[in-house]
Structure formats: C-alpha cells, structure tokens
Ligand binder design. Structure first.
Ligand code: NAD
Length: 490
C-alpha cells in the first residue's frame, strides 16, 4: 500500500540512530614516505622533492610522495621502453596469466585497497569496497581474457602493440581509473608509465606492490607520482607512443595542443554535465533512487554524474517532494563508517570550487535546498544540495561542479527534453526514466552522449565501452573498443 504524503513526511522525520560501524584500519600499512616504481622496484627519486598526501576527512597527513622530475620520468620511460620488446613478444597466453594474476591479487587484497582508497580520497568505504575495487579487479580479469584473442577481436587484421603508453589519471576513482588504463594497455602488449593524481597517489603505489607480488617483468608497469608538471613530462616525453588522459577538459585541451604534430596516439576522457531525464510515466520511487545515485554517489565527483535533472513538468512537484525527503535520510560523515552515504570532498581546492559555483547559483536566482545536516568540524565537507528555479543559462546548469550539487530543470515534451539535454558542450552520459521501451530507444538515438542509461544510472561494466562526445573527449575505454587505442591494425 502506498504511503500518504503525511505518512512519508512523518517517516522521514524519524531519526534512525545507527551505531558507528567504522572499518578497521589495523591491517593497512601506509609507509611514512614512498619512492617511485621504476623498472620493477621502488627506487629513490632524482628529484629530492616530496609532498604530503592527506586524508580529506581529517586533514591528517597520511604519507609523503615524490614529485617526479624530468630525470625521473625519463628513467621510467626508458625502463618501459626496455621492457617493451620482451613483453610484446611474449606468448600472449603468458601475458594473460600475469594480468589474471594481478586481478586475483586485487581481489585478495580488496579490503586493504578499499580502506586506503577511502582514507586517501574521502569516498565512503561502502563505495570503495563494493564499486571501485571489485570493478578494478573485473577490468583486469576482462582484459586478461583478450590478451591471446586479439586476432579474433579484429578479424583479418594483424594487431600490433604501439610501445610505451603514458597515462595520467584523476582523483575521483584512483584505482579504477588506473585499471581502465593499465589493463587494456598490457593486454595489447604495451608497457606503461602511469601518473596518479596528486591528492590520491596511495592506491597506485599499493598497485606497484601488487605488480611485484605478481612478479610482473620489470619495467612493464612504472608509476611516477607528482602534480601537473610531472603529468606533462609524461605525456610530452618523446619515448611515449600513446597518451591516455582522464581529467578536466581544460587540461585535456592543453595536452591535445602539446601533442599536435608528434604522431602520438591520444585518447581523452574529460568532463561532463549529464542530463538525467524523468518522464511522467516513470516509476517515481525508483527514479528518486537513480537521481540520488546519479549525483550524490562519490560526493558527485563523477565525470558522468547526472548533475542536471530534467523532469517532466506534470510530475515535478511530487518527484521533488520525494527527492527532498530522501536527501534528508542521506548520512554524511566518516568515510570509513560502513553506514556513510556521503563522504568527504576530495580536497580543499575542490571544496572551494563547489562553494563558489553554489554561490553563483544563489546569486543568479536559483532556489537552494539542503537537508538539515551536521558537518564534521575537521576535513572538507559539503552537504547534498539541490537547486530549483534554474535557467539553462545559469553557471550551475552549464559548468561541471564535480560535487554533490543537482540542478533541476523541467520540460513538457520529449523534443524539449532532447533539446535541453543536448544543450551542453559536454556529452559523456545521460539517463532516461520512463515506462516505455519505445521512448527509451527514441531518446537514446537522439542523445549526444557516449553512454545512455535507461531506468538506472552510474552502472559500469568492463565489457561496455565508455567515453565522450564533444568536449567530453574522444576514444573509448572498456570493452573490445578499449583495446583499439593501444593497437596498430596492420
Ligand atoms: P585535472 O585535469 O586537474 O587532473 C587530472 C590529472 O592530470 C592529474 O593527475 C593531474 O596531475 C594531471 N595534470 C594536470 N595538469 C597537467 C598537464 N598540464 N599535463 C599533464 N597532466 C596534467 O582533473 P582533476 O581535477 O584531477 O579531475 C577531475 C576531472 O576529471 C573532471 O573534469 C572529471 O570530469 C574528469 N574525469 C573524467 C572521466 C572520464 O572518464 N571522462 C573520469 C574521471 C574524471
């Protein structure tokens, strides 16, 4: 029996007390300082510079990592280049065995990896435990299967690896982005130099340990830490044949310009401003869950987040009522607590960016809603936020906020929904909520987005290609398509 409006309000007002359920950190060993992973071992850096990596939920320093310089990056590329010959000529089924082994160790060490990911990045443990780490392992497992079947993947062609791949990743899904990059590169027979983001280097350094445990031949994977400067040294190094970058559109454009004319292969996975479109025949309670998952998952630090909710005018009122009630039940706080829904914002800089965009939304005339929510005193936090009365021209409707902030717009007809959804320079993903299969297909055909989810959102699978249109980048990661950027087809 459906609840009346009053009953739902009463229910939402009840406070559910949960006893704290923090995940233990006892079995995690974070070193006070890390070196670089080059040529199969951890080596002291030429650069004498280190910088701290902190826990954004407590502002406590977790460790120190190297800011790799030109000499360090050069050593890493040379190590990868030296390893390329034997790795690319190795029997593909043997190569596959190493990649399977990595996948298995990721599963075995899943708990340790999940805790480190949560401590370094601020995301709730239930997400790193149930999404990031299992998906990273699944990615290696999936691509291990392709390693000895490349000629079947591309019939009548001779697939050949390219050489050293230079890979730069962001901080929102550190280990998962590493897996998206390294797994297809290795399966295709390339070697790798990867640079993790400056605020979340620890899971990549743990991955270095996993490569050693898997006895991966030295130099096949190399990890160099550092900031944007180190990233630019990796992508512009003349020994790198293929560049894979995931990050902001701004940096993606810079990289594209710097590689012009070099003959290097490039794939870019950049920002997004996805529309999550709810039609009047959608199951509203399911749609509310999908909207919450679409924008508040990982504090909204998701390139394909459903940050623009397009709702059909006739159901806007009941849908928003349900959504606001649901926001009141989200639990914000200690990311290591297994009951936490919303963790810490990844860094002070990101928090400031979110605050300034939210400020602009208020100034431009949008109406803000935030549930009552006590923020911890230390660390970087932002409550789940929803804006109504939003016009398409407002910054909050156009720019990627990369935080737990939803802008709500309305539409009357499917054609208007299409026009508004596509009215963005980005094109990474979209969501459609409706009871009609024919409408899903009609909408999917018209969305200028790499992924269109139907009656769900933020679902990922290693077998499924992911990537953007327009300023969201080019090239695909995942699936058979994800092998192509790492191969020359003769
Ligand atoms: P960012 O572009 O600032 O940084 C990404 C990475 O690039 C970091 O490792 C950084 O150190 C490095 N970097 C910075 N300047 C560089 C330069 N000049 N040359 C080479 N490397 C450089 O982005 P961010 O703030 O870390 O990440 C958030 C962005 O990433 C968002 O815009 C988000 O949408 C995007 N993202 C996209 C996807 C996708 O698959 N499309 C996935 C995750 C994140």
């Amino acid at each position: 029996m459906a609840l009346t409006k009053r009953q739902s309000e009463e229910l939402a007002k009840q406070t559910f007390e949960y006893a704290p359920a923090p995940e233990s950190t006892d079995f995690v060993k974070i070193e006070p300082s890390y070196n670089l992973f080059i040529g199969g071992k951890m080596v002291a850096a030429h650069s004498k510079k280190h910088f701290p990596t902190i826990n954004p939920a407590t502002e406590q320093k977790l460790s120190e990592v190297v800011e790799a310089d030109e000499v360090d990056v050069d050593r890493a590329v040379k190590a990868a280049d030296e390893a390329f010959d034997s790795w690319s000529r190795m029997a593909p089924s043997r190569r596959a065995r190493y990649i399977f082994r990595i996948s298995r160790i990721l599963q075995e060490r899943a708990r340790e990896l999940a805790v480190v990911e949560t401590m370094d990045g601020g995301k709730p443990i239930k997400e790193s435990r149930d999404v990031d780490i299992p998906l990273a392992a699944a990615h290696f497992f999936y691509y291990a299967g392709w390693a000895d079947k490349l000629e079947w993947a591309f019939p009548n062609r001779k697939p050949r690896p390219l050489g050293v791949a230079g890979q730069v990743i962001p901080w929102n899904f550190p280990l998962l982005m590493l897996a998206w990059k390294i797994a297809p590169a290795l399966a295709a027979g390339n070697t790798v130099v990867l640079k993790p983001a400056e605020t979340t280097p620890l899971s990549a350094l743990l991955f270095a340990d996993i490569c050693m445990q898997a006895e991966l031949p030295p130099g096949v994977v190399n990890i160099v830490t550092g900031g944007g400067k180190t990233g630019s040294l990796v992508v512009t190094h003349p020994g790198v044949r293929k560049v894979a970058f995931t990050g902001s559109t701004e940096v993606g454009k810079l990289i594209q310009r710097s590689l012009a004319g070099t003959g290097k292969r490039l794939t870019l996975e950049l920002g997004g401003k996805a529309a999550n479109i709810v039609f009047d025949d959608a199951p509203l309670d399911a749609a509310v869950e999908g909207i919450v998952n679409g924008i508040y998952f990982n504090q909204g630090h998701v390139c394909c987040a459903g940050s623009r909710l397009l709702v059909q005018e006739s159901i806007a009122e009941p849908l928003l009522e349900k959504l606001k009630l649901r926001l009141g039940t989200l639990r914000l706080g200690d990311p290591l607590d297994k009951n936490t829904d919303i963790g810490a914002i990844n860094s002070k800089a990101q928090l400031e960016k979110i605050e300034s965009l939210v400020e602009s939304g208020i100034e431009e005339g949008a109406e803000i809603f935030q549930p009552e929510c006590k923020l911890p005193e230390r660390g970087y936090w932002f409550p789940p936020t929803l804006f109504t009365n939003v016009s398409q021209s407002y910054r909050i409707a156009r720019e990627e906020i990369f935080g737990p902030v939803l802008s709500v717009l309305t539409f009357r007809t499917p054609a208007e929904a299409v026009e508004k959804a596509n009215n963005t320079p980005y094109g990474l993903s979209a969501g459609v909520w409706t009871d009609k299969g024919s409408r899903i297909l009609w909408m999917a055909e018209r969305m200028r987005a790499g992924v269109v989810w139907a009656n769900t959102f933020n679902r990922f699978d290693p077998t499924s290609p992911f990537g953007g249109y327009k300023e969201s980048g080019f090239g695909r990661e995942g699936g058979r398509h994800g092998l192509l950027p790492y191969l020359e087809l003769v």
